[in-house]
Write a protein that binds this ligand. Structure first.
Ligand SMILES: *Cc1c(COP(=O)(O)O)cnc(C)c1O
Length: 388
């Protein structure tokens, strides 16, 4: 069988298992009311939690940044692509996260690949929550360390597995807020487990920073953990920050190691400096406009109360990621399509993104939603057949 025939067969299998993915074309800017494939709909399917992606001040900073610094960076950071706005943003992110240093990466996926490969190698062991983001699992595999996966949010299972490893360095990695479930990792317990086993803890807080914690400093703030407890912190800029890119925050030694050794840092073009300028503004807004986090809390409460009344299959999430567990991929897809016809954009998340039998609607909220949008959503979910 030729390679092409094999691809064709795999595509056919995906299609018949209701796992085929199709893109839809967005014809408006990021926001609550969007036009997708020519049809207007209410967007409950974005990671722009604070509504900063289309914020006039962020957009103006991007425009001004492009006028001043050009459209592209022209080179990798270590060649000639490390601009003043990158450097300033790194200093501001270090301060925001309460760490000595921060280092920008072009995406969160690349940050994770770069960090784990730079820190670990053959003979070491990486321990990961089973529900960690795909980029973290891939990072573990690429590093050539042994990869052990522990049961979701289960410090006991982690301890058991840590105890079986005697040689090499140990790195424990978890999402801060799980991307498809919205629940928080039990960070204090994981921290204790790491301390006892002399392992480093790395937290990818892609969905926590900006959203969780009194001042938006993420899941570490929620649990009162500092840089000693979590030496490696990953943040992404394409979600609550509303722009693009990612960063690693940590100590001097960690950051210098990454600059020398993280291949996805060294061998790639730096983010456009204009994006760094826009992100500096969103970082300021994220701190000064705390009403955005308060608004999210109100919307989440409103949704959960209404969903309970209507017997919708809620999970325990307290974050703006509020999945409804439906089980079979076919059901999730059918309800998602029905919602689409009613004018609601909510993605069906299916295996392999989530485990078999746990297909779901992944509903996310933005500070730009209004309570009336939530009421409309709840009614539409019932009409579409999502209630138990
Ligand atoms: C989205 C996400 C990433 C990837 O970040 P990008 O900047 O989109 O590449 C990494 N980790 C987690 C937990 C994420 O949710």
């Amino acid at each position: 069988m030729s390679l092409k025939d094999r691809c064709k067969q795999q595509l056919k299998e995906r299609e018949s298992a209701q796992l085929y993915r199709r893109r839809q074309v967005l014809e408006t800017r990021q926001g609550v009311e969007v036009v997708l494939d020519g049809r207007p709909c209410l967007n409950f399917s974005s990671n722009d939690y604070l509504g900063l992606a289309s914020h006039p001040k962020v957009v103006a900073a991007l425009e001004a940044g492009a006028r001043r610094w050009g459209a592209g960076s022209g080179a990798a950071h270590l060649v000639s692509g490390h601009y003043a706005p990158h450097h300033a943003l790194e200093e501001e992110l270090a301060e925001f996260t309460g760490r000595p240093r921060a280092l920008l990466f072009s995406t969160g996926y690349m940050a994770n690949l770069g960090v784990v490969s730079a820190l670990l190698g053959r003979g070491d062991t990486v321990f990961e929550d089973r529900l960690n983001h795909a980029s973290l699992i891939d990072a573990g595999i690429l590093s050539r360390a042994r990869l052990r996966r522990y049961r979701h949010a289960d410090g006991k299972d982690l301890r058991r597995q840590l105890a079986t490893v005697e040689q090499g360095e140990k790195l424990v990695i978890t999402d801060g807020v799980f991307s498809m479930d919205g629940d928080l990792a039990p960070l204090p317990d994981l921290h204790q487990a790491c301390r006892q086993a002399d392992a480093w803890l790395m937290v990818d807080d892609a969905h926590g920073l900006g959203v969780v914690g009194e001042t938006g400093r993420g899941s570490l703030e929620e649990f009162g953990l500092d840089g000693d407890a979590v030496p490696v912190l990953i943040g992404t800029l394409g979600k609550a920050f509303g722009t693009f890119g990612a960063f690693v925050a940590g100590g001097e030694t960690l950051i210098e190691t990454l600059i020398q050794q993280a291949r996805s840092y060294v061998y790639t073009t730096a983010l456009p400096p204009a994006v760094a300028e826009a992100t500096r503004v969103s970082l300021r807004l994220l701190q000064s406009e705390s009403w955005r986090r308060e608004k999210l809390r109100t919307l989440i409460r409103c949704f959960r109360d209404g969903a309970l009344e209507r017997n919708l299959p809620l999970t325990a999430s307290t974050t703006p990621i509020q999945p409804l567990l439906l089980g079979e991929a076919e059901k999730a897809l059918r309800i998602s399509e029905q919602l689409r016809r009613q004018g609601f954009l909510i993605s069906a998340i299916r295996p392999p993104t989530v485990p078999q039998g746990t297909a779901r609607l992944r509903i996310t909220f933005s500070a730009q939603h209004e309570e009336q949008h939530i009421e409309q959503l709840l009614d539409a979910l019932v009409t579409a057949g999502a209630a138990e």
